[in-house]
Design a protein around this ligand. Structure first.
Ligand code: SF4
Ligand code: SF4
Length: 151
């Protein structure tokens, strides 16, 4: 089936911008693989990652795990002058932005995202194959559950 990005989409993160890592309240949900990767990168165990850098997001009978924000709503791992301090091990939610199913629903949703991300429709052309590979990375991931890590 044809989609609006048959010929690919342009996107390049813009130097000096950190809008998707802070500024406004938001969630960066962690998968079990994200937690493992962060624990290895930070050289602490997964429970310590959760206790030090994360917060619970209540889903009713359980809570998912999101990265903490500091007072100005920046992600706890963002240093505005230097960027993401865990860049090589950043969560898949961050690594696949802006190639998320919700943003790729239609050409309109892609264009709407420009109000948040100045890198959309600029710079590198990403092929349809690349975009679909990014979409697969978040499909069916196991989000980490707070209660399984914090007693
Ligand atoms: S909003 Fe876009 S340009 Fe800004 S940091 Fe995020 S990905 Fe980069
Ligand atoms: S983990 Fe890194 S890339 Fe993800 S929101 Fe935080 S600072 Fe941004």
């Amino acid at each position: 089936m044809n989609c609006f990005y048959e010929e690919g989409l342009q996107f390049s993160c813009q130097e000096g911008c950190y809008y998707c890592c802070g500024v406004e309240p938001g969630f960066v949900f962690l998968s079990l693989d994200d937690l493992k990767r962060l624990a290895i990168y930070l050289k602490i165990d997964e429970q310590a990652v959760v206790k030090t850098y994360c917060r619970p997001v209540n889903m009713g009978s359980f809570s998912y795990i999101s990265l903490k924000e500091v007072a100005n709503h920046d992600c706890i791992f963002l240093e505005r002058e230097k960027g993401c301090q865990v860049y090589q091990s950043r969560p898949v939610q961050c690594a696949t932005y802006p190639f998320w199913a919700s943003i790729l629903e239609s050409r309109e949703t892609w264009h709407q995202e420009k109000q948040w991300c100045p890198g959309i429709d600029k710079g590198c052309l990403h092929s349809k194959e690349f975009i679909e590979n990014e979409l697969v990375k978040r499909r069916g991931i196991n989000l980490a559950v707070w209660e399984e890590f914090v007693q």
